[in-house]
Design a protein around this ligand. Structure first.
Ligand SMILES: [Zn+2]
Ligand SMILES: [Zn+2]
Length: 175
């Protein structure tokens, strides 16, 4: 099954291909970068964040009815995301519908007052993108802190993950 990536025009430019290539390496599937003018809604003025569930609702609607695609879809956005009950999320997947979103807002060094570095950014977007796509391909969370399917709560936990699935998750993903 093919996997698809939709890159928000406001998301960091010029790293789409390196991210797609790294996701292909992690999941063993080549993503297709799709081009569609998708309008992101769900802005919460008081939080200055976007409701990830609202984004998934619209992704689901758009890519099943208006512009049907086959295979799981990941949206990469620069908007900071939340879900009810969480201050923020790096990303969110809705496996039953084959849609997921990942945010670059907290993946760049600059957010943490560190020197910007595209290599760090590509690594993190690829790891979190592959994580959400992994959910769409049927994987759950993994207890191995080095596995892409581990759920990181901080940037350091995210950086500790390796750019690969652990052996158990690799076996679970095998067709
Ligand atoms: Zn997860
Ligand atoms: Zn694992």
């Amino acid at each position: 099954m093919g996997i698809n990536i939709l890159w928000d025009p406001l998301a960091p430019e010029g790293i789409e291909l390196p991210v797609a290539r790294m996701i292909a390496m992690i999941l063993g599937r080549e993503p297709e970068l799709i081009d569609y003018p998708f309008l992101i809604e769900g802005y919460d003025r008081t939080r200055n964040q976007y409701d990830a569930q609202n984004i998934l609702d619209r992704l689901q609607d758009t890519f099943t009815r208006r512009y049907p695609i086959s295979g799981p879809l990941l949206l990469v956005t620069s908007h900071d995301l939340y879900v009810n009950g969480c201050d923020f999320v790096f990303g969110l997947a809705r496996p039953a519908c084959g849609v997921a979103v990942v945010s670059t807002a907290r993946l760049g060094n600059e957010y943490y007052g560190r020197t910007p570095d595209d290599t760090d950014l590509v690594d993190r977007v690829a790891k979190e993108g592959a994580h959400e796509l992994g959910h769409l391909l049927g994987l759950g969370h993994c207890g191995n802190p080095e596995c892409v399917m581990f759920r990181p709560r901080t940037l350091d936990e995210l950086d500790r993950k390796r750019k690969m699935l652990c052996p158990a998750c690799t076996r679970a993903l095998a067709p």
